[in-house]
Design a protein around this ligand. Structure first.
Ligand code: ADP
Length: 405
């Protein structure tokens, strides 16, 4: 066992249909444990994890919920190595929505739990899952109960100008009910933006970039002079790009049509737009990009879905160019799709040649599976793939908050 084990952080990222977790040292970035529970609420829920370099995979059961999955991690995975657990100094939780009251990373107490509950309507698929993780960790590890930290996806967007965050609906909906653009995925956009400033050797405060986080959820952010000035996700993580199962942008009248003409009630429509739309809805087959990559050239529905995905993405990138104050330092791809699917990067950049983007095909094909690097030609605007690490970012923020106390 590593004698220098100290100051370790446990990170719990309870997503809507998966749970990621890790134990790491935020200072030297060494990861002791990392894992993911996938396919919650489906017929077979699996957990895979790596502990000190050894890989494990197990079936947890059928129709497993968040509580059962977190308990499995606590009972079956964490006891594997007690030395590591003894050296935990804090627990970092990803929380998608801070609502109107929470602006930045914070230690969790009863007030904060209440605020996260108050924001459930802004992130109905995510905040309840985040709360389950928080409550279980506080209960099961009383000695660390006061060392639980919430890292919010929405924090990164607090400095957006009102020209970006206000919707053109009566102003009192914002003033009285907090209806505005909040954004999501901020931890990842912020992480890759800081990595970019290191790669480009540029001060963060003068960085002008557009970051595309493309995973099951997907979003684009415009960062100008180190401040996020616009982002594609809105009041909730439903707005913006085409996603795995979420529709992204649509004419709001579609909701009225579904309700009035098709007699679908609001809960059914909410479920359709969040869980049955996006790539899954367009293809009728899958939300997993591996399927689309394999079938793009063979199946019409796969090609159509991917083309719509890239069309929407390139529209956002073009629009965000106008927010860059005369200079774009780089365009960044990250997330499971952004890091691993050269096809998406190629199809998107091919739509942006008028704006000066030219892909380097060799570099594009090479930069997958966790590799970061430039994928554009020397005559192009710079385009990088940068592997995100939300767990590391959460651990670093958690450690900063704890060491300030
Ligand atoms: P999230 O964190 O939002 O759950 P991820 O960032 O893990 O999502 O990305 C998941 C998406 O990335 C899925 O569509 C998955 O198919 C895709 N993906 C991950 N790895 C690969 C790969 N090697 N090849 C193609 N697609 C991949």
């Amino acid at each position: 066992m590593d004698k220098k084990l100290k100051n370790l952080i446990f990170v719990l990222n309870c997503g809507s249909s998966s749970i990621k977790f890790a134990i790491l040292n935020p200072n030297n970035e060494k990861k002791y444990l990392s894992g993911v529970v996938e396919c919650l609420f489906l017929s077979e829920t699996y957990i895979t994890w790596q502990f000190l370099g050894i890989k494990y995979k197990k079936k947890i059961g059928s129709n497993i919920n968040h509580q059962e999955a977190v308990n499995f991690i606590i009972d079956q995975v964490l006891p594997q190595e007690k030395d590591i657990f003894k050296n935990l100094i804090g627990i970092g939780h990803r929380v998608v929505h801070g609502g109107t009251k929470i602006k930045k990373t914070t230690l969790i107490d009863n007030n904060i739990i209440q605020y996260i509950e108050d924001a459930v309507s802004f992130a109905p698929l995510h905040n309840p899952a985040n709360l389950i993780g928080i409550k279980i960790m506080i209960e099961k590890y009383p000695s660390l109960a006061k060392k639980n930290v919430a890292v919010f996806d929405t924090s990164f967007y607090q400095d957006m100008p009102e020209t970006s965050f206000l919707y053109a609906i009566p102003y009192n909906f914002y003033k009285e009910h907090g209806i505005r653009r909040y954004g999501a995925h901020g931890t990842s956009h912020n992480y890759v933006a800081h990595k970019t400033s290191i790669i480009l050797n540029k001060k963060f405060s003068s960085l002008n970039i557009i970051t595309c986080h493309l995973g099951n959820g997907a979003s684009v952010s415009a960062i100008c002079n180190g401040i996020c000035v616009d982002t594609s996700m809105g009041l909730t993580p439903l707005e913006g790009l085409v996603m795995g199962t979420r529709s992204g942008d649509l004419d709001p009248s579609i909701i009225f049509f579904m309700n009035k003409q098709l007699n679908l009630n609001i809960d059914e429509i909410e479920m359709i737009l969040n869980k049955k739309s996006g790539l899954l809805g367009l293809s009728g087959i899958s939300s997993d990009f591996r399927y689309f990559e394999k079938n793009y050239n063979h199946k019409k529905h796969a090609k159509r879905s991917v083309d719509i995905f890239c069309h929407r993405l390139s529209k956002y990138i073009s629009a965000y160019m106008s927010l860059m104050e005369n200079r774009l330092d780089a365009l960044i791809f990250t997330g499971g799709i952004g890091e691993n699917v050269p096809l998406i990067r190629e199809l998107t950049l091919s739509r942006l040649s008028l704006l000066g983007f030219k892909i380097d095909h060799k570099l594009n094909l090479y930069t997958i599976r966790g590799k970061s690097g430039l994928i554009s030609k020397s005559t192009s605007r710079s385009v990088f793939v940068i592997a995100t690490d939300e767990e590391l970012a959460i651990a670093q923020e958690t450690s900063n908050i704890i060491s300030r106390k």
